[in-house]
Design a protein around this ligand. Structure first.
Ligand SMILES: [Ca+2]
Length: 550
């Protein structure tokens, strides 16, 4: 963990106005950059034009990336909740309790309330803080909603996924019931040996709208495509900020629902991709082009309302593409939900008119999504004293090409994933446990690289008929791999047998990390979440501190 040094940065326009009164300095005003952070959901490594996508068109992302700094050694966790938790806490997910999967709609789980968010700290530093889009960091209690986690305003979906036009999310009631606290308790008392009575009471299909304006259910948005809707809301924030709150710098966190499944897009966007025969890929391509257009509209709004020249725009994915649902990570191995590079090596760039010295360059410095916390707080002149951060201030790496202060990344240690294979007994760390670590150029993976049924292969983009998928031949008991990522980013040559000493060092480092971990939380479902009991909306269903369980 590092302490952040707040340094004066050359790109920040600093305007100090000192007013003397009775010989004393009365006030100091500092003009700091606006920060617009756009998070795409499940954007595949291959899928932006500047990474070689041959058919999908992302002209805005390409223009901004080529005119900014492309981050080409950039990592995220492998799925939504851990990634968003790392971004907003500045911590690894072994330090937030979100090591295992995502937060499900009926789980009383969250990014712990006691951990300050990036928005909390930027607001304390004097920023106006607004969020639009997907939250997915816990919403079982009102105290966990974005407006109670540092954001001045919020509009978006609280959970992981829903329909793009209706904003509806449906779940199998039987599956929720059978994995619930309530059912488990009664089953132990032998009061229920089947789910039938529960299903009669709660219903087979649980459906609700997941859309909030601040803390209130947002009604009357059915039919509005979420990428367009969120872009409009973000544009409203930009306009309102410029007209009523311009004395403050702006932090806008725009977390698009796109490109997460279910795959939906207005036909006008997918129609341009009739050449793509794979239907999921065709719709995904349309969704991405729609998001690309929306990013253009955001930059246009920033220009129109006079904010652009003092804005830093960051675009990042939250994890790798999901090949089953249209995304692609070629030539990387694996996909979303795996610790292969396809799950964690992310698309990201920074663009800003303030970046004159490095615009149009590539940064190969090692950067993790939790680095944004100390980096942006330093830019904002904020204070991270006392915060237990895993991130580093990487601004000089991005803007000046300085070596990254980061030498390693803990990709994850997941004690709740079932163990795989045989124990080697070559270090203090159990190689059957799912984990991955990068130290310098060496990457170690142990246990299952993903879920049992995860894609461990090299999946070709469906539209590129000259590229062919390659399928892994590892035995199903194999539980340790070592790669030289700088030479072999596609993870084709396992060097474990020839470099055991390096693997042991990395295993020992994993043991050190594990000794600092908090317990992973993945609670049973709580049936009080049922939208039928909350006016047809998914959202808070109990107080934050609820010692008395049902
Ligand atoms: Ca995601």
């Amino acid at each position: 963990m590092n302490a952040v040094k707040v340094s004066q940065l050359y790109i920040v326009l600093v305007l100090r106005v000192s007013v003397c009164w009775n010989g004393e300095v009365f006030a100091t005003m500092t003009m700091r950059p606006n920060i617009v952070f756009i998070l795409a959901d499940d954007l595949g490594y291959r899928d932006v034009g500047y990474h070689g996508s041959s058919v999908i068109e992302t002209p805005t992302l390409d223009r901004l990336a080529y005119g900014g700094v492309r981050l080409e050694n950039y990592y995220t966790p492998s799925m939504c909740t851990p990634s968003r938790g790392s971004l907003l806490s500045g911590r690894y997910h072994i330090h937030t309790g979100l090591q295992h999967k995502v937060i499900e709609v009926c789980q009383a789980n969250s990014l712990p309330k006691e951990i300050p968010t990036l928005a909390d700290v930027l607001r304390d530093a004097g920023y106006a803080t607004h969020m639009v889009g997907k939250w997915h960091l816990g919403s079982y209690a009102e105290e966990l909603l974005p407006t109670q986690r540092g954001f001045d305003s919020y509009f978006g979906l609280l959970n992981g996924m829903e329909r793009y036009f209706s904003h509806m999310h449906c779940r199998d009631g039987k599956e929720l019931i059978e994995n619930s606290i309530q059912y488990s308790k009664l089953k132990k008392l032998n009061k229920y040996n089947s789910t039938n009575r529960f299903v009669e009471e709660y219903g087979n299909l649980w459906c609700g709208i997941d859309l909030r304006q601040n803390e209130d259910p947002a009604e009357n948005y059915s039919g509005q495509y979420s990428t367009h809707l969120y872009t409009q809301k973000a544009t409203d924030i930009i306009r309102n900020h410029a007209t009523t709150e311009a004395a403050k710098p702006l932090f806008l966190y725009l977390s698009y629902q796109a490109l997460h499944h279910p795959l939906e897009v207005p036909e006008s966007y997918s129609a341009q991709y009739v050449s793509i025969r794979d239907e999921n890929r065709r719709i995904y391509a349309g969704m991405l082009t729609c998001m690309d257009e929306s990013v253009m509209n955001i930059t246009s709004a920033l220009e129109k309302y006079g904010l652009w020249n003092n804005t830093i725009l960051i675009l990042s994915t939250d994890n790798g593409g999901f090949t089953k649902y249209g995304g692609n990570n070629w030539p990387l191995r694996g996909e979303k939900g795996t610790l292969w590079e396809g799950g964690i090596r992310g698309v990201a760039f920074v663009h800003s008119p303030l970046l004159e010295r490095r615009a149009g360059t590539v940064s190969s410095g090692l950067i993790h999504i939790n680095d944004w916390f100390p980096t942006l707080v330093a830019l904002a002149g904020g204070d991270t004293t006392g915060l237990s951060l895993d991130g580093y201030d990487v601004w000089k790496t991005i803007t000046e090409g300085k070596p990254s202060p980061r030498k390693e990344i803990l990709h994850n240690i997941n004690p709740l994933r079932e163990r795989r294979g045989f124990l080697l007994n070559i270090s203090k760390f159990d190689n059957r446990v799912q984990a991955a670590l990068l130290v310098d150029n060496w990457k170690l993976i142990t246990g299952y690289p993903g879920a049992k049924a995860a894609i461990n292969d090299w999946i070709a983009p469906p539209e590129d008929t000259h590229i062919h998928s390659v399928y892994a031949t590892d035995p199903d008991w194999k539980n340790i791999w070592l790669f030289d990522i700088s030479r072999d980013p596609s993870e084709k040559a396992d060097l474990f047998e020839t470099h055991r000493d390096i693997a042991v060092n990395l295993l020992n480092r994993l043991a050190e990390y594990q000794s600092t971990a908090v317990p992973a939380r993945f609670p049973m479902y709580d049936l009080r979440c049922n939208p039928d009991h909350h006016n047809g909306f998914w959202g808070p269903w109990r107080p934050l501190r609820n010692k008395k369980q049902p």
